[in-house]
Design a protein around this ligand. Sequence first.
Ligand SMILES: [Zn+2]
Length: 283
Amino acid sequence: MSWIDPDFPKRATPSDRVGRVLGLNPGMMTGPGTNTYLVGTRDPILIDTGAGMAGYLGVFGEYLAERGWRAPSRVILTHRHVDHIGGVKDLRERFPGLPVAKMIHKDENLPEGTADLRDGQVVRGEGVTLMPVHTPGHASDHLCYFLEEERALFSGDLILNGSTSVIPDEDGDLADYMASLRRVQALRPQRIYPAHGAVIEDAAGKIQEYIDHRLDRERQILETLGGGARTIPDMVKIIYADVPEKLHVMAGKSVHSHLKKLGKDGRVSEEKMSPAPSRWTLL
Ligand SMILES: [Zn+2]
């Protein structure tokens, strides 16, 4: 199954307490599109809103009708990226007064009246208890939501199904990201509802796979540096030798996120050569 799966169902009911409507925004970054989840046995809480694509509200309305529901009770967001927050405006036009909350952190231009939601500030709905878990790394304001009744984790973009998470240069942080993975690992979820891709039934296995992937990459970078490569482009050529060159810019960003973490760990140092690429040295 490819990452951008055109046959990914637009709506689904993965459990008694959880419904899913697809954001209809497929792409390289989003896979089949952003999942938006309706949580609760009635008056559901909506987690994320998609990108604001035309057509989303139609599918959303069909799903509500199918379940015999009139409206969502409130919206809670995993983070500020447009493919999660972009549907707020249309939803509020369709459902006037709909409350919206997220962890407000380094935010600008949030939809008016967005309420702050903090780590541990439990959100209750019909038959559901959602615990927000601050999980920075992909984005500094990122919250996962732990559904206590199912021991399930709404992982936002911390964990995806079918791709790895991006650690953006400005707002991302790989050290935070690794800490966030370990934090959700400690919650021992049984199932993961990711913001992109299908439900993950083996939560423990997937979290470990994500941790191992980053540790392997870190090891490779240290080896490559030890082997004499000094700049990110040189490292990418070696580590990503079997990846098409058009993806090397993205790969370089990933290597940079690792080097920044290794710098904080005191294991490498950076010599800025701007505009030429920095030279990195093992300590
Ligand atoms: Zn994101």
